[in-house]
Ligand binder design. Sequence first.
Ligand code: HEC
Length: 223
Amino acid sequence: MRNPARTPALATLAFSTLLAGGCDLGLPAGRTPHREGNRLDMNDQLKLKPQRKDIFGSRPTGLMEPQPGTVAVGEEPYPYAQNEADKAGAELKNPLQPTPEVLAHGKFVYENVCITCHGPRGAGDGIVTALFPKPPSLMTQRVRDWPDGQLFHRPMRGQNSMPSHSRQVDQKDAWSVVLWIREMQKTEPVAPPPAAPAATTAQAAAPPAPAPPAAPAKTGGKS
Ligand code: HEC
């Protein structure tokens, strides 16, 4: 059924819609819009495509940013800033117990996420350390003395050249990893302190000199 009086108006609308926004109908390359008379197929209409230009506004992409303060379902905001490791250590308690299940989960997460850099037993000899800065051993007395919360803080917020892992591991994963590191600390020998703890830049290829007792000045970003 066609209403002749409305046809010109519809045609103008369809036409101007096509012209607007650089004709981004979200079609795959090479496909022409499908029409019936003057009507566009409903599938072929101006729309926001996340990876394309925002046709309705002035933003460079159609991707929407969440409103500030938005919390995703199941997300637990982590309140400590990067330089608040001490505070996290003093205030946070590990909510998990080292049951066989939790340890198995911690081992799983460690061996999927941390092992590439920290090595199979935390010695800092992971496979990528040929290219990436070598992390200090997780078996040092320093790390053993940290409360669980401080150890937990590193994957959540990162430290110097280690990025935050909070997108890959949730808080349960991170607390389980802490317990798995504790478990490894029970059987691994205490590692000597790193020559230059928490280096900010890639450590030079020079072989580490036997650690002199003089403690180097703490570098920025580390707490
Ligand atoms: C991409 C490589 C990489 C991955 C993956 C990684 N780390 Fe690290 N990590 C580092 C580096 C490098 C450092 C040393 C950073 C610095 O210079 O302070 C470090 C430091 C640490 C420290 C502090 C050690 C100290 O003595 O200062 C802890 C704890 C830690 N990482 C835990 C983890 C855990 C747990 C995971 C897995 C969830 C993980 N890391 C994944 C590279 C990595």
